[in-house]
Design a protein around this ligand. Structure first.
Ligand code: GLA
Length: 370
């Protein structure tokens, strides 16, 4: 049993885990063949797999206390078990037979917070299958198969950032990734900084359909510009040829790629990195239109604190979490203060004291790590 295996897994079979990620810069660039800069987070998804005796696959989620079952050739289950079945189908598509298994899951990652809970699940399942079946798969292939499971069976036309981060990143470094070539560099965080991640508690309603809509808009913008992908736009002036909406979308992608490249230059310090994060958030809010008021508010609250260099939404947006870069000694106090203030304002809002409730959900956030 590995050191980080949760105590509730009884012994037997294989037990593995994979982390979530927080992306620092390079949002909505990966499906445009662009650049990304994620970091793994301490929260992980744990998987235990043992052979199943009855010829069926069984999946149990301890978070939900729910079970699902399916057969290799039958219909795919819904919900979390669909990602498990999707991974098995992808392996079969590569000629790898997977015998019936009983798979138990436990996740320390909040679902729908934009911290890659689905990628962590896919990567953990594929790691378990690699170990159990002695498969000759490297970590990049694991990420590629996990992405295939997500796009084919999860219904999201996602890029490969989350799966690469879950499969290859660690919690102490930024993983710079060129999503076209999969070239990557492991880089130190800016000196004397710490990350703060706070979940807004806003559920990502319509995230999948809006995400796929942005994906289609980018494809259309690239087609009109006559380039294979928006990564290939060399000159901002070229964007003037696009209709206004597509111009905004493309401008986000082009400027966001430039921000990632600016952030990985030697000697970029906390304040400079933070400026890039603030600019990224503005671009996601105004040009890409994937922010929501709660994320803007949370970023403003974070930026108002002494020691915070910058803050932005992280992940796909439409809800989910914010990430801030903070001067190291102040990070814990800032995380606590902002979470308390945000929760208090949100409680008032939910009670209808300040404004009509913009979002329906009520779960209040905790800082995820600092
Ligand atoms: C989701 C997707 C990623 C990426 C981000 C936005 O997390 O899974 O591939 O596109 O959104 O940057």
């Amino acid at each position: 049993m590995s050191d980080d295996t949760p105590r509730f897994f009884a012994g037997g079979g294989v037990q593995v885990s994979a982390p979530g990620r927080v992306n620092l810069l390079g949002e909505h660039t990966d499906y445009n063949d662009g650049y990304v800069l994620p970091v793994a987070i301490p929260q992980r998804t744990y998987v235990q797999a043992t052979p199943s005796a009855d010829g069926r696959f069984h999946v149990y989620s301890s978070n939900l206390d729910e079970s699902a079952e399916f057969t290799a050739d039958g219909e795919l289950p819904d919900g979390y078990a669909r990602y498990v079945a999707g991974c098995i189908h992808v392996l079969r598509g590569h000629g790898i037979a997977v015998p019936p298994l009983s798979i138990s899951l436990h996740s320390g990652l909040p679902m729908g917070a934009g911290l890659s809970s689905s990628a962590a699940l896919e990567v953990a399942v594929l790691r378990a299958l690699r170990q159990l079946l002695n498969l000759d798969l490297d970590d990049v292939q694991i990420a590629q198969y996990a992405q295939a499971a997500e796009t084919r069976y999860g219904g999201v036309q996602c890029g490969i950032m989350d799966q690469m981060a879950s499969s290859l990143a660690d919690t102490g470094h930024m993983l710079f990734l060129d999503t076209r070539t999969l070239e990557r560099r492991v880089l130190p965080m800016p000196a004397n900084t710490e990350l703060i991640v706070i979940d807004s508690g806003v559920a990502r309603t319509l995230a999948t359909s809006k995400y796929n809509e942005r994906h289609a808009e980018c494809r259309e913008a690239a087609r009109l510009l006559g380039v294979p992908m928006l990564r290939d736009v060399a000159d901002m002036a070229a964007l003037d040829a696009l209709p206004p909406l597509l111009k905004k979308r493309a401008r986000h992608v082009v400027t966001e790629n430039a921000r990632v490249l600016a952030a990985i230059v030697d000697g970029v310090d906390g304040p400079a990195f933070g400026e890039l994060m603030n600019a990224s958030h503005a671009s996601l809010r105004d040009d890409y239109e994937v922010s929501v008021p709660a994320l803007d508010t949370l970023c403003d609250m974070l930026r108002a604190e002494a020691g915070v260099y910058g803050a932005r939404l992280t992940g796909a947006g439409f809800g989910g979490a914010c990430v801030a870069l903070c001067e190291k000694p102040r990070a814990a106090a800032v995380a606590t203060a902002v979470t308390e203030r945000y929760n208090r304002d949100r409680l008032l809002q939910l009670a209808g004291v300040l404004l009509p409730t913009p979002d329906a959900e009520t779960e209040l956030p905790q800082p995820l790590f600092d």
